[in-house]
Structures are given as C-alpha cells and as structure tokens.
Design a protein around this ligand. Structure first.
Ligand SMILES: Cc1cc2nc3c(=O)[nH]c(=O)nc-3n(C[C@H](O)[C@H](O)[C@H](O)COP(=O)(O)O)c2cc1C
Length: 173
C-alpha cells in the first residue's frame, strides 16, 4: 500500500471484535513505532508494552472507566500497546514522542488491515494505578504517556476522513 493510502485508511475504531491480530503484524507495528522520530534521540527514555492478556486488559479498561464500569474505554480491543516514558530532557517531550510512535503504529496497522484507536483514557487509567504500572513492568520513574488499541472492528464506524483537508492550513511564501 502506498503511504498516503495507509494514512487515509487509518481511522478511530471504538468497538473491537475478540479476534486477535497476527503475531507477525504485531511485531511489524511495534517495529514501526520504534522507527518514529524521538526528541533528542533519547530512546532509553521510552518503552513499549504490548498487552494481550485478557485479565490485564480488563483491569486497564476498568481503571480507565472513571467509575462507570459500563463505559469500556478500551472498547474490548484484544491488543493495547502502552507507551511508557520517564521525563525527557525537555518539558513534555515524552508526550510528543508518544504521539509520533503511536501515529507510526496506527498507520502501519492500517497498512496491515488492522483497526486502531489512540487512547488517552487508558493512559489516565494506567497512571492512576501503581499496581497496574507494576503489572506492566514499567521501569522505575516511568509513567504511561499514551496508548493505542489494535484489533478488528466489530462494526463499521463512520470515517471522518474526507477528500478535503480537515485542518486550516496556510502557506507563507
Ligand atoms: C492524543 C489523542 C488522544 C485520543 N484519545 C482518545 C480516547 O481516549 N478515546 C477515544 O475514543 N478516542 C481518542 N482519540 C481519537 C480521536 O478522537 C480521533 O482521532 C478523532 O476523533 C479523529 O478521528 P479519526 O481518528 O477517525 O480520524 C485520541 C486521539 C488523539 C490524537
């Protein structure tokens, strides 16, 4: 698939079937994440944890639900990639690093016919539970800076993509 097709194909999915993604695709997606631009090339400040354990996914889902156990903010995804980081050299750079990593992963997922969604809610759920961070194997001083759910859509979602540009753009020459 060419790059623009994969970029256009990526869209947020908010209901996943229980079909797991192939191991080979997971490894490709994680590799794509590792190829992202990283501020100050500080690779040691980041770690990716792919969660496929159903009990741990359910715990993350519940912790992210803001007291509403029926909301399921992880949308029953069979895989959740958690980006963990320690504070970078520059303020908030770890959040931008996570954005670059997750976008790479979602575009690669789209290329592989795998659906995805960026999940801030799951990041909050993980960061409010020390026990979850321990189970995720975060090194000392690391916290979650972003997550990305992967799987196959259980139903069709309206694609917000259109042929036209979604953002206001200007070019100054
Ligand atoms: C930083 C970031 C955090 C997001 N967090 C969530 C989230 O917690 N839950 C969710 O359903 N979607 C989340 N999204 C997905 C956006 O809502 C989605 O990208 C946006 O509506 C545009 O739709 P599209 O992804 O289909 O193009 C997040 C996206 C970004 C970039």
């Amino acid at each position: 698939m060419n790059t623009m097709d994969a970029i256009k194909l990526r869209h947020s999915t908010r209901a996943f079937s229980d079909r797991q993604i192939p191991e080979e695709a997971l490894q490709e997606i994680l590799f794509a994440g590792g190829q992202a631009a990283i501020g100050c090339a500080d690779f040691a400040s980041l770690k990716l944890v792919a969660v496929q354990n159903p009990e741990l996914l359910a715990e993350i889902d519940l912790s992210s639900a803001n007291g509403n156990p029926d909301s399921h903010p992880v949308y029953h995804a069979p895989t959740l990639v958690v980006v963990a980081a320690k504070k970078g050299f520059l303020e908030n750079i770890e959040l931008s690093n996570a954005g670059c990593i997750i976008q790479n992963m979602m575009v690669m997922a789209a290329d592989q016919g795998i659906d995805s969604v960026y999940l801030w809610m799951a990041m909050m759920g993980i960061n409010r539970s020390e026990e979850l961070q321990k189970k995720l194997g975060f090194p000392e001083g690391f916290a979650c800076v972003g997550t990305c759910a992967l799987g196959y859509a259980a139903k069709e979602f309206p694609k917000l993509k259109a042929a036209e540009q979604r953002l206001e753009v200007s070019v100054i020459r």
